[in-house]
Design a protein around this ligand. Structure first.
Ligand code: FAD
Length: 383
C-alpha cells in the first residue's frame, strides 16, 4: 500500500496553499465584513483552475480527479469558508450533475465554460416541504411541445444569486414516485419565468450566499432535460455522493487549520506563569484534535481514491461526510475552549470559524440522514 499522493495532486495542494496564504488570508476580514468574495480574487481563482479540478481535460477540466479536488478543498481550509462553499456547490454537486448525468452533447456544451468558471452553477433540490426528504419535492415540469414548463420554489440554494446555470430537480410524473418521476433540468439564467427571490441572512458563511429560486411558468427547452426523463433523482443522489466526499475534504482542512492556530495560541498564551501548552488538559485537547483529523483525512482520501477507481462509494461518502463534519465541529468547539474568552469575540477568527463549521452537519444531508444511508446499506449488504 502506497500512501504517497500523485505528483499532480501534490502540485495542486502547493498551489492552493500558497494562494490561501498570499491572497486569501489577508482578505479574511474584508470578506467577512462585506459578505462578498472580491471580483479580482474570483477572477484569479478561475485562472488557476479552481472551478474544474476533478473533471477530465477533454471537457475543459484540470483532470486531477476526486482525490485532487479533495486535497484542494482541504488546502482551502485556512481561508474563509465562502471559497470552499462556492466551489463545493459549483463543482462538487452542480457541474458534477452534468458530468454524471448529462448526454455527451450536454457535457460538450456546458462543461468547458463551467470548468473555466466563465459560468457559475448551482444545484437546486431543496424546497420548503422537501429537505431531508428530497423525494417529496413539489416543483413540477410539464411538457408542452418542445418545451417543459416549470413551476415551484427552491430554497437555500448556494450560489443561487450568482448562478448562470442551475440544475433544477422537478416532478415530471408524480405517479412514478421520485425514482422515475423526477427529472433534472439545465436551467439558464435568462430563461423566461426564472427569477431569484430572497437572499438569506445566515449564521455564518459570509461571502457565500444562499437564495430562493422561483419558477413561474418557466420555459425550459426539452433538449435541456439533463440525461433522460425520470432519471433526476438518481442523478441528484449520485452527485451528492461525490459532493459529500469533497465536503469532508473541506472539513478536514478547516479543522487542520484550527489545530495549527490552537498550537500557536497555546504556546503563546501565558497563565499561571507558563504557556497554557504546558497544561495537560490543553495537550489532550490538541492530541484529540490531531487524532480525529488524521482519521477523517485517511477516510476521505480513501473514499476519493475509490471513486477515482470507478467503484461505488455511497456508503463511504456518507461515512466520511458524517465523521468529518462531526469531527470538525468537535475541533471547532475545542478551538474556542483553548482560546478562552478571546475565541468568543467577534474580532477573532476563531469565532467566525466556529459559526462557519456548524453548517457542515446540516447541508448535503444532515448527520442523521448520513446514518440512515449507512444503516440501510449495512442492512442490505449484511456486513
Ligand atoms: C447554508 C445552506 C446551504 C444550502 N445549500 C443548498 C444547495 O445548494 N442546494 C440545495 O438543494 N439545498 C441546499 N441547502 C439545503 C440543505 O441541503 C437542507 O437544509 C438539508 O438537507 C436539511 O433539510 P432541512 O433543512 O429541511 O431539515 P429537515 O429535513 O426539516 O430536518 C430537520 C431535522 O430532522 C432530522 N430528520 C429529518 N428526517 C429524518 C429521519 N428520517 N430520521 C432522522 N432524522 C431526521 C434532520 O436530520 C434534522 O435534524 C442548504 C442549506 C443551508 C442551510
Amino acid at each position: 500500500m502506497d500512501f504517497t499522493l500523485p505528483e499532480e495532486v501534490e502540485m495542486v495542494r502547493r498551489m492552493v496553499r500558497d494562494f490561501v496564504k498570499d491572497r486569501l488570508q489577508p482578505l479574511a476580514d474584508q470578506v467577512e465584513e462585506e459578505d462578498k468574495i472580491p471580483d479580482d480574487v474570483l477572477q484569479e481563482m478561475k485562472e488557476l483552475g479552481f472551478f474544474g479540478l476533478p473533471f477530465p481535460e477533454e471537457y475543459g477540466g484540470v483532470g486531477v480527479g476526486e482525490l485532487g479536488y479533495v486535497v484542494a478543498l482541504e488546502a482551502l481550509g485556512g481561508a474563509n469558508s465562502a471559497y470552499g462553499n462556492l466551489i463545493g456547490a459549483h463543482t462538487g454537486i452542480a457541474t458534477m450533475s452534468i458530468y454524471l448525468g448529462g448526454t455527451e452533447e450536454q457535457k460538450r456544451k456546458y462543461l468547458p465554460e463551467l470548468c473555466s468558471g466563465e459560468k457559475i452553477a448551482a444545484f437546486a433540490l431543496t424546497e420548503p416541504n422537501a429537505g431531508s426528504d428530497a423525494a417529496a419535492i413539489e416543483t413540477t415540469a410539464v411538457r408542452k411541445g418542445d418545451k417543459y414548463i416549470l413551476n415551484g420554489n427552491k430554497i437555500w440554494i448556494t450560489n443561487g444569486d450568482i448562478a448562470d446555470v442551475v440544475i433544477v430537480y422537478a416532478v415530471t410524473d408524480k405517479s412514478l414516485g421520485a425514482r422515475g418521476g423526477v427529472t433534472a433540468f439545465i436551467v439558464e439564467k435568462g430563461f423566461p419565468g426564472f427569477s431569484v427571490g430572497k437572499i438569506d441572512e445566515k449564521m455564518g458563511l459570509r461571502g457565500s450566499h444562499t437564495a430562493e429560486l422561483i419558477f413561474e411558468d418557466c420555459e425550459v427547452p426539452a433538449e435541456n432535460v439533463l440525461g433522460e426523463v425520470g432519471m433526476g433523482f438518481l442523478i441528484a443522489m449520485k452527485a451528492l455522493d461525490v459532493g459529500r466526499i469533497g465536503l469532508a475534504g473541506g472539513a478536514v482542512g478547516g479543522a487542520q487549520w484550527l489545530l495549527e492556530q490552537c498550537i500557536e495560541w497555546a504556546n503563546q498564551r501565558v497563565q499561571f506563569g507558563k504557556p497554557i501548552a504546558h497544561q495537560q488538559a490543553i495537550q489532550w485537547m490538541l492530541a484529540d484534535m490531531a487524532t480525529e483529523i488524521h482519521a477523517a483525512r485517511l477516510m476521505t482520501y480513501h473514499a476519493a481514491w475509490k471513486l477515482d477507481q470507478g467503484q461505488r462509494v455511497s456508503r463511504e461518502a456518507a461515512m466520511v461526510k458524517l465523521f468529518a463534519s462531526e469531527m470538525a465541529n468537535r475541533v471547532a468547539d475545542m478551538a474556542v475552549q483553548i482560546h478562552g474568552g478571546i475565541g468568543y469575540m467577534k474580532e477573532h477568527f476563531i469565532e467566525r470559524a466556529y459559526r462557519d463549521t456548524r453548517i457542515l452537519r446540516i447541508y448535503e444531508g444532515t448527520s442523521e440522514i448520513q446514518r440512515l444511508v449507512i444503516a440501510r446499506d449495512l442492512l442490505k449488504a449484511g456486513k
